[in-house]
Design a protein around this ligand. Structure first.
Ligand SMILES: [Zn+2]
Length: 176
């Protein structure tokens, strides 16, 4: 299939989001920030299921059960809020790919916990916790290089990774 047009975020949709982010308190809770982004995505399903958002899986976040996610334990630290607000205000709607990637990364940080595991590939000290859909096992993904494996060290082959729920992580003993 030939790509004949450049995909762009509708300017009105982006400026509306920018305004709601700028209006945020300087110190919002992580749940508040997550709710704001999800509300924005859920309002325009057709847009987020299409490019450039589809490549980053943004449409899928509309189906997220955020109440079940470990937001209070997540990799997103409150210092990130300032960076988030600055980045959102700076991006022009034409930077659609950068926006899609940044929103995806922020959502991922908000709902995923960092585990004290060294990446065998790049030696980064932390990995993010996921669950394998086929193997029903805890899996770790390196945020720096993308390397992933199951918690027992075995490689992930032909499996889909899901974000690990609070309940799952609690049972695995990773959060209290
Ligand atoms: Zn790595």
């Amino acid at each position: 299939m030939k790509k004949t047009q450049t995909h762009r975020i509708p300017t009105a949709l982006w400026t509306e989001f920018q305004a709601s982010v700028i209006a945020l308190d300087d110190n919002p809770g992580r749940r508040e920030l997550l709710a704001l982004i999800l509300e924005w995505i859920r309002k325009s399903p057709k847009i987020f299921d299409a490019e450039p958002f589809a490549s980053y899986g943004l449409g899928n976040f509309a189906k997220l059960h955020e109440d079940e996610m470990p937001v209070e334990h997540s990799a997103f630290v409150m210092d990130d809020v300032k960076h988030f607000k600055e980045t959102v205000s700076r991006y022009d709607a034409r930077k659609s790919d950068s926006i899609a990637r940044f929103i995806r990364d922020t959502l991922e940080d908000l709902i995923t916990i960092e585990v004290d595991r060294q990446c065998p590939n790049c030696r980064s000290d932390f990995m993010l916790a996921f669950t394998g859909r086929q193997k029903m096992s805890l899996a770790f993904v390196c945020k720096i290089c993308g390397h992933s494996h199951y918690s027992d060290g075995s490689p992930i082959v032909a499996d889909t990774l899901d974000y690990a729920s609070t309940e799952y992580l609690r049972q695995a003993g990773l959060i209290q």
